[in-house]
Design a protein around this ligand. Structure first.
Ligand code: FES
Length: 162
């Protein structure tokens, strides 16, 4: 029986564990590329904050859409910058970058506790002001400035570092 399996599936298990140089370099290139994109976007966001200039306004969703789900994801200021807008229990609307300030994992909305949770290292942030509630994040979440225009929610800027 065992020989029949080996015959049908002729896998050289020692070779299967072998990672060739090309595969290793491909992995390293992809990993480096990901880190470079993340670093460039963080640097661009920091430069924007220091300059005081605000990016162009972006439509997020309507107030009715937000009421339906309680939260929406959008991208601001660029198409690579994930953000989240939420409706707090108090009815207040708030928006933040979804990038955890520790190692940039995407934070998750926990409506029951009015907070954002980062599953990577058990971090948490207040949805009231973005402040760190627990875990290793060194700074509050980056807040997105909103403008409500006749039932439409617009992202109009990034709050400077607190
Ligand atoms: S990346 Fe969020 S707590 Fe580490």
């Amino acid at each position: 029986m065992h020989d029949k399996v080996k015959e049908d599936f002729p896998i050289d298990w020692e070779a299967d564990q072998y990672v060739c140089r090309r595969e290793f370099l491909k992995f390293m290139t992809l990993a480096s590329g990901g880190l470079a994109v993340g670093s460039v976007s963080i640097a661009a966001l920091s430069r924007l904050r220091r300059s005081g200039a605000q990016p162009a306004a972006v439509f997020v969703c309507t107030s009715d859409e937000l009421r339906t789900t309680g939260w929406r994801e959008f991208f601001y200021p660029g198409t690579e910058d994930p953000c989240i807008v939420v409706q707090l229990k108090s009815g207040k609307v708030a928006a933040y970058s979804r990038r955890c300030t520790h190692l940039s994992c995407p934070v998750l909305w926990q409506a029951k506790n009015d907070r954002f949770y980062c599953p990577c290292h058990n971090g948490a942030f207040s949805a009231e002001d973005g402040s760190v509630l627990q875990g290793p994040p060194p700074r509050p979440l980056t807040r997105v400035i909103l403008d409500i225009r006749g039932g439409e929610i617009w992202a109009v800027g990034i709050e400077s570092e607190r």
